[in-house]
Design a protein around this ligand. Structure first.
Ligand code: CMX
Length: 473
């Protein structure tokens, strides 16, 4: 291991400028300009790319799925049709990041000194290269992101030009877009970058964007809710700790919760709306700033990430309506039924893929049991968990009556003093950058092409049915 953690690349094969396929990369690697994560990623990706090539040569014509008409009209549920390396979702078991479940991550990923929860840096490393990092590697990543975290002044001015009642998610999307002029990918593309270098420029944008996001997101919080009294970064802290500090909170219990929050919201395989948006937009070779900003617009929908704000708004309305902060199960049950009768969904419940209580909900529940078991709001969340599933099941149409990730977070955030619930989806967005941008690095290194599925019209469907199935429609 040499300074800055650089490893020799493939020590068994002597690479020289003349036998390396890309002199640019040769110089990056051998002039020592490649950081340790980039180098490891490059090694892993080279192997994966070779494997994929052989796999497709041998098996490219094999079937992995059939598509039903129900799926064409029904939001493309369950159609297996995209590659996403960082994580994989199982309907019964929940999410696994590179094979590791959430309880395993909580046990195995490095933590802050004296802490109990994983550092999100460790998850990013794992998603990038498929290996649990050491404490030293995570420390290196924290320091690397701290070095990249400077946000250009014009980004703050762009955010400040927005009316104060602009939703924080809109501010986030605009803040990310405002940084696009610094995109390494866009700049190098404009000067004729070789396609074999796309991954390298994407990696640089990814690292810079992830590093800068907490500062941008905290700026939005302080301008919206704290009269623009901003808090400077503390680079002695880790990524999550520093973000929480810049929001204005220095309670170590909250820092630990945020480490857990920012880890478990990071990725949920590729088909969810924010991940898929990143993938789709990125596939046009839009740079990571453009792709991630678009993803934040998808996350801002109430059926997706905005559900975390909706959950707490709904609970607070229930508490106000019932006039008690300790509602009984019967009272909650009546309130749930009135929501359904009003033609609204129960926020924080249901999922397009999961068919069991979300392990991300269960991890937060466990954290609450260990740390804040006496919070009234948390107790309401637990009672809702007892009450809602049987009611949703009784409707006979809800495929998953169980809580998802968004059902628990609001109660925790309020306990720690972050009461401005319109901001909650921004926290989700900051976390989501880790997974979707790691996936974007993989998409560019594997050379995945422009995404372009086939669509059809109602007339096409009728004609198809008549021709193939002799059906009269
Ligand atoms: N409350 C009431 N009805 C619900 C419901 C809920 N929580 N979840 C599903 N349903 C209803 C659907 O609205 C649908 O009704 P219609 O046929 O009348 O349109 C029916 O049950 C079937 O839906 P489904 O197949 O079970 O669920 P979908 O895959 O279509 O939708 C989701 C999944 C998450 C959008 C849905 O469960 C929902 O709206 N949940 C509430 C919002 C929420 O918590 N979203 C966050 C998800 C996690 C995240 O992305 O952050």
């Amino acid at each position: 291991m040499v300074e800055d953690g650089l490893l020799p690349l493939n020590p068994h094969k002597q690479t020289t400028p003349s036998n390396h396929p890309n002199p640019f990369l040769f110089n990056l690697i051998f002039a020592g300009n490649m950081d340790q994560l980039k180098q490891l990623f490059y090694e892993k990706a080279q192997n994966a790319a070779k494997e994929v090539k052989e796999l497709l040569k041998e098996h490219g014509d094999k079937k992995v799925d059939d598509v039903l008409l129900d799926q064409v009209f029904g939001g493309m549920r369950d159609i297996t049709c995209m590659l996403w390396e960082p994580s994989l979702l199982d309907a019964e078991e929940g999410i696994r990041f590179r094979g590791y479940s959430i309880p395993e991550l909580r046990e195995k990923l490095p933590r802050a000194e004296g802490g109990t929860e994983p550092l999100p840096e460790g998850l990013f490393w794992l998603m990038m290269v498929g290996e649990i990092p050491t404490k030293e590697q995570v420390k290196w990543l924290t320091e690397n992101w701290n070095r990249r975290a400077n946000v250009p002044e014009h980004v703050f001015r762009a955010i400040d030009s927005l009316p104060h009642d602009t939703h924080p998610m809109t501010q986030l999307s605009i803040g990310v877009l405002a940084m696009q002029n610094t995109s390494v990918f866009a700049q190098r593309y404009n000067t004729g970058m070789n396609k074999s270098e796309y991954w390298d420029a994407t990696y640089e944008d990814t690292m810079n964007l992830v590093a800068r996001l907490p500062r941008v997101a905290a700026y939005i919080f302080r301008r919206t809710y704290h009269n623009g009294e901003h808090i400077l970064p503390d680079i002695s802290l880790d990524w999550a700790g520093n973000y929480t500090h810049m929001l204005g909170f220095n309670d170590e219990g909250f820092h630990e919760y945020m480490r857990l929050f920012l880890t478990i919201h990071a990725d949920h395989e590729g088909g969810n709306a924010s991940a898929h948006t990143t993938h789709l937009v990125g596939s046009t070779l839009s740079d990571p700033y453009l792709a991630f900003s678009a993803a934040m617009n998808a996350l801002a929908g109430p059926l997706h990430g905005l559900a975390n704000q909706e959950v707490i708004r709904w609970i607070q309305k229930m508490v106000d309506t019932l006039g008690t902060s300790k509602p009984t199960r019967e009272q909650i049950s009546e309130y749930v039924k009135s929501t359904l009768t009003g033609g609204r969904v129960i926020p924080g419940y249901g999922h397009a893929v999961l068919r069991k209580p979300d392990p991300r909900f269960m991890a937060q529940r466990q954290f609450a049991e260990d740390n804040i078991p006496d919070s009234d709001l948390v107790k309401i969340v637990w009672k809702i968990f007892d009450v809602v599933p049987p009611i949703l099941s009784s409707l006979g149409k809800v495929k998953n009556p169980w809580p998802n990730v968004d059902a628990h977070s609001g109660a925790m955030l309020i306990h720690y003093g972050l009461k401005e619930f319109n901001y909650y989806t921004v926290l989700f967005g900051v976390s989501r950058s880790l997974g979707v941008l790691a996936a974007t690095c993989w998409s560019r290194v594997l050379g995945l092409p422009l995404e372009r599925p086939k669509s059809v019209t109602i007339d096409w469907v009728k004609e198809y049915l008549a021709k193939e199935y002799k059906a009269v429609v």
